[in-house]
Ligand binder design. Structure first.
Ligand SMILES: [Zn+2]
Length: 264
């Protein structure tokens, strides 16, 4: 094969990948194209959620925390308890297994903590095969149902009241999965302010995110990464919001509005 042909083959391969959604393999002996990514055209939604605004007076904000797996961040937990800040905590069955002491703290303060369902194994509640942030999704309606039910079964076995809210790992869904989970009796918890970007932000950036929250916002952060700098920013931010006179609410306490059909 001469140089011109080789270049043409390369261009053909590149153009096919870029232009065609489903590239066909070139003739035998030509450079192979990368395999088609599974379900690369899956359209996922990441719903927003707000609580009803207070209107006049102190702004109303809902703090929500995901306990995905791993441990508990004592900087955040002790701030919530010591300052008597109400919050909604989304727990997985996986996290419950390894954090009985933290669960006991949550359960000892039912006036502060609402516990809701973050799934069984922290698998994205997406009903078609794909990956979200590199995490393989549940991949079928059956697997979505198992992720949701496995989460609530573990919660009830641990002495937690029946959850009414679900937030899947990565907080992304297909519209069909949203309908399915709604059909299982849940509202789905989006958010409106991303407090810590998966616990990956530096503390100062977390503080900026929290400081941007307004009346009616729902903030998402993580309470399961005690070694990350983000947690320090979360703890400081909670104190800063309290100093501003914010009225903290849980999802069960206040009417809310979510998009993509996630609430009523
Ligand atoms: Zn999570």
């Amino acid at each position: 094969m001469n140089r011109f042909l080789l270049t043409s083959a390369f261009l053909f391969a590149t153009a096919s990948v870029v232009v065609a959604a489903q590239p066909t393999q070139p003739p035998a002996g030509w450079p192979e194209l990368p395999p088609k990514a599974p379900a690369s055209n899956v359209k996922l939604v990441e719903p927003h959620l707000h609580v009803n605004r207070a209107g006049k007076g102190a702004p109303r904000i809902a703090l929500t925390f995901d306990a995905c797996m791993g441990k508990t961040d004592p900087r955040i937990l002790s701030t919530l308890v010591d300052q008597r800040i109400p919050a909604t905590i989304f727990v997985t069955a996986r996290w419950l297994r390894t954090n009985p002491d933290s669960l006991a703290v949550f359960l000892a303060h039912p006036d502060l903590f609402e516990l809701e369902n973050h799934g069984q194994n922290h698998i994205p509640a997406v009903d078609v095969p794909t990956k979200v942030y590199g995490i393989p999704a549940a991949g079928s309606p059956q697997a979505v149902a198992q992720e949701v039910k496995g989460g609530s079964d573990a919660m009830i076995a641990a002495g937690i009241p029946q959850p009414r809210w679900f937030r899947g790992a990565t907080a992304k869904y297909t519209p069909a999965a949203i309908m399915q989970i709604r059909g299982m009796g849940y509202r789905i918890a989006g958010y409106s302010v991303n407090g810590d970007s998966g616990s990956l932000l530096p503390a100062r950036m977390v503080e900026k995110q929290y400081a941007s929250a307004k009346d009616g916002d729902v903030i998402i952060s993580h309470i399961n990464q005690p070694t990350h700098a983000a947690g320090e920013g979360v703890a400081a931010s909670i104190l800063a919001l309290k100093a501003k006179g914010v009225q903290f609410v849980r999802l069960q306490d206040i009417p809310e509005k979510g998009d993509d059909g996630t609430t009523n």
